[in-house]
Design a binder for this molecule. Structure first.
Ligand SMILES: Cc1cc2nc3c(=O)[nH]c(=O)nc-3n(C[C@H](O)[C@H](O)[C@H](O)COP(=O)(O)OP(=O)(O)OC[C@H]3O[C@@H](n4cnc5c(N)ncnc54)[C@H](O)[C@@H]3O)c2cc1C
Length: 392
């Protein structure tokens, strides 16, 4: 019997497992496939070093600048070299395995090639997780179950805590890692907002590699074909300035949904259960940034779980502290505000976005607010929209 069974060893599950194990609890970390590369831009902001100081010694690709383009290709840039810590761009296959290994070193038991599909039920209580593995059905019993298996989590639905995502509640995105001679500035990530609800990105990686992707948001998921807009982006004449060659080597390509509603604060906990990471909506609704917030949710859930186990109270009432954890409250509040801004930004075929870029270009205080929203998921203050509305 484990103290905690965690389904999903992505960033959220691995952080949760690491903290619980470090505190002496017995943890089963269940993963469907450690060789799966999560479709992702791989941009990780400098907050990562707060959660994983040991990552500084790895030679990740460093980022010190962001360029944001509106649909009419108005650009503003922000360089933070020396002002704040560097961010990194990572290959998720390597990065996720690093975080998993940190959890294993802390004492968590990783069960790879295990696909969770249901709960073990006894006396109407969920007492563990059932998985399909190459050697057949496995059962992992635990006092607390943490659901960290991402957007397509079956357990999250079976738990009754949340319903299936609707198309208009998500973003869908496709990304690729490519290699070849390019003109992408090695220290700069670039986001390209569209006239519809969506955006593309170009993120540099080491040597001649780069991560390129596009996504659509909400109701525009139904109007636009992802493969089509990906190819269109790749061949856009303005994007061609960055990637002029015709035959880039495709190292990897994948597509995946991203939560688009912000934190699902009504679905975070139940009796002996918590939802973390993408499964619970920990993704910035405007930028799609979800790695650090998911890790933050894993840490908050672990701290709540430790308290609950020490007090021998794993009831819904006790795990409620997860929802009211200061970190979770801060992220949830920030995403609510950011989400309300999303509709406004994409109004009039992205004209408000264009306005935002223009003001940010000339006003350094406003620029900081925009950058904080995109890079650090800090919600803009109330006067932000007023300023946008008042500007001609
Ligand atoms: C195209 C795209 C681009 C993105 N770009 C960025 C970016 O640049 N920066 C950023 O910060 N965020 C980005 N995100 C968001 C980010 O990828 C997620 O928010 C983050 O990975 C969430 O971490 P997680 O641990 O909650 O879930 P995941 O990373 O999805 O991890 C879930 C884990 O559970 C495993 N799993 C799934 N189902 C099961 C099962 N049934 N049984 C057992 N294991 C299972 C998976 O294999 C995986 O290891 C992007 C997302 C997409 C789709």
């Amino acid at each position: 019997m484990y103290d905690v069974v965690i389904s999903g060893a992505g960033p959220a599950g691995s952080k949760c497992a690491e903290i619980l194990s470090k505190n002496g609890f017995k943890v089963a970390l269940i993963e469907k496939d450690v060789n799966w590369r999560k479709p992702c831009g791989g941009a990780v902001n400098s907050r990562i070093f707060k959660y994983y100081p040991q990552l500084r010694k790895f030679d990740f690709h460093r980022i010190n600048k962001i360029n944001i383009y509106s649909a009419d290709f108005y650009k503003f840039g922000y360089r933070w070299k020396e002002a704040i810590d560097y961010s990194i761009n990572v290959d998720r296959l390597e990065f996720d395995n690093l975080l998993r290994n940190i959890a294993i070193d802390a004492g968590a038991e990783l069960f790879d090639k295990n696909m969770s599909y249901d709960f073990i039920i006894k006396d109407k209580q969920r007492i563990g997780v059932k998985t399909k593995s190459p050697s057949g059905i496995q059962e992992y019993k635990g006092k607390i179950i943490v659901i960290a298996d991402g957007m397509s989590s079956k357990l999250a639905i079976k738990s009754g805590l949340k319903k299936k995502w609707k198309r208009e509640e998500i973003m869908v995105a496709k990304s690729a890692i490519m290699e070849g001679v390019n003109n992408i500035d090695k220290e700069t990530i670039s986001l390209f907002f569209k006239s519809f609800r969506g955006y593309g990105w170009l993120f540099p990686l080491e040597e001649n590699k780069f991560n390129i992707g596009v996504g659509t948001i909400g109701e525009d998921n139904l109007k636009y074909n992802l493969n089509h807009i990906f190819n269109e982006f790749l061949n856009d004449s303005k994007i061609k300035n960055f990637i002029p060659e015709n035959n880039y080597k495709k190292i990897w390509m994948g597509a995946c949904p991203i939560p688009g509603l912000g934190v699902l604060d009504k679905s975070l906990y139940g009796d002996n259960m918590m939802l973390i990471g993408d499964a619970a909506g920990f993704v910035n609704p405007i930028s799609g940034e979800g790695i650090c917030p998911s890790i933050a949710s894993g840490k908050a859930a672990a701290e709540t779980g430790i308290n609950a186990l020490e007090n021998e109270n794993i009831s819904q009432q006790s795990l409620r502290n997860y929802k009211f954890h200061p970190t979770i409250r801060k992220i949830a509040r920030s995403y609510k505000l950011t989400r309300s801004l999303l509709d406004f930004c994409f109004e009039n075929q992205g004209q408000n976005f264009s306005k935002m870029c223009k003001i940010a270009e000339k006003d350094s205080v406003f620029r900081e607010k925009v950058v904080n929203m995109f890079l650090f998921s800090k919600a803009p203050p109330k006067d932000f929209i007023m300023r946008l509305k008042s500007e001609n």
